[in-house]
Design a binder for this molecule. Structure first.
Ligand code: NAI
Length: 329
């Protein structure tokens, strides 16, 4: 079984190559190019392709994969909002993913962003390096006894809820499908969560329903001085409305690991380029915004689990076994 691994970074190769000898019959070819309409044709001769969150798996790409007789799309991530599942089904291409490789990795990063944005650690570090030991501009707020609002209580949302509990926070949550019998959080309506939370952390997937769940109308319902963290998907937040909210002093701090325009830059070194879009620069120009580049998942434990589950998904497909990580809708 031959798999073409798109968008390979050195750390991907390292973690996959460590495990592959345990899975005879499966070979991976790693290429740096990411999957998009221009590179989809490289899949000729492969049984499957492996792609990440920043790949383009729209209708056009799926059609090329189908013409090349590719039968399997291995997503080495949890989210799959970048895959045209209808087109994949039409062409009888199976889509498999890694549902929960390390919820704690993302949740811990969400808390790191919340703390960094709140306590201005990123600025304090630079100030200290320049022998500026003044505290002006660095004041934060306590999380202890404040209210954390978790939107989406799946694997990552629950891990974040537990972390917030550990900080002595009161945890409230909103989910379309609440879990029963949890004693460390209370489910409320979305409106209640927006009104009562001091820290709001987004952990629902990007769907038609959640697209721009954070927009002017929902921002208006938030407490003044709220801290907002997004480690889920950029499309959950309408960026223009967020910028307006920041200008209106609605937010004490904002921490973003994902943002709407990230697909063109994420995981690329663009430091020598002149970027055509100014949204990221506008966000970063605000003193209370902290950004990272979709690195919530990036821990040794998560990369090991991603490699293991992706290869096991390929093996299950190869052996005609039950595809427990198949994405159908
Ligand atoms: P999950 O599938 O375990 O949980 C998602 C939760 O959101 C479920 O409880 C679901 O009922 C809820 N939900 C769905 N639609 C909703 C709606 N309209 N309103 C409220 N809740 C809704 O997913 P998991 O593993 O917790 O991941 C969450 C998201 O985190 C992923 O979809 C992905 O976008 C993002 N992610 C980000 C990473 C990063 O590196 N920054 C890494 C991995 C995932």
């Amino acid at each position: 079984m031959k798999i073409l691994f798109y968008g390979a970074k050195n750390y991907d190769e390292q973690f996959f190559l460590k495990l592959l000898p345990e899975y005879p019959g499966i070979t991976f070819q790693f290429i740096e190019a990411n999957l998009c309409p221009e590179t989809a044709s490289l899949s000729l001769g492969y049984d499957g392709i492996c792609a990440f969150v920043n790949a383009d798996l729209g209708t056009k790409v799926i059609e090329v994969l189908s013409v090349n007789s590719v039968k399997l799309i291995l997503m080495r991530c949890a989210g799959y909002n970048n895959v045209d599942l209808t087109a994949a089904r039409r062409h009888n291409i199976k889509v498999l993913r890694v549902p929960g490789y390390s919820p704690e990795a993302v949740a811990e990063h969400a808390m790191a962003l919340a703390l960094t944005a709140n306590r201005h650690t990123h600025k304090a570090y630079i100030k200290c390096r320049e022998n500026n030991f003044a505290l002006n501009g660095l004041m934060g707020v306590n999380f202890y006894q404040k209210t954390a609002g978790i939107i989406g209580t799946g694997k990552i949302g629950l891990a974040m809820a537990r972390i917030c509990r550990g900080f002595g926070m009161n945890v409230i949550a909103y989910d379309l499908y609440p879990n029963k019998g949890l004693d460390f959080l209370t489910y409320v309506s979305l409106d209640e969560l927006l009104a009562d939370s001091d820290l709001i952390s987004l952990h629902c997937p990007l769907t038609e329903q959640t697209h721009h769940i954070i927009r002017q109308e929902t921002i208006d319902k938030m407490k003044d001085g709220v801290i907002l963290v997004n480690t889920s998907r950029g499309g959950l937040i309408k960026t223009g409305d967020l910028i307006n909210g920041i200008r209106d002093h609605k937010f004490f701090a904002v921490g973003l690991d994902v943002y709407e325009e990230e697909t063109d830059f994420v995981y690329e070194d663009m430091s020598e380029r002149i970027l055509q879009s100014s949204t990221i620069q506008r966000l970063l120009s605000f003193p209370n915004v902290t950004m990272t580049s979709h690195q919530g998942f990036f821990t040794e434990e998560a990369l090991t689990n991603i490699a293991e589950t992706t290869i096991q998904n390929a093996q299950a497909f190869m052996n005609g076994e039950e595809l427990k990580n198949e994405v159908t809708s």
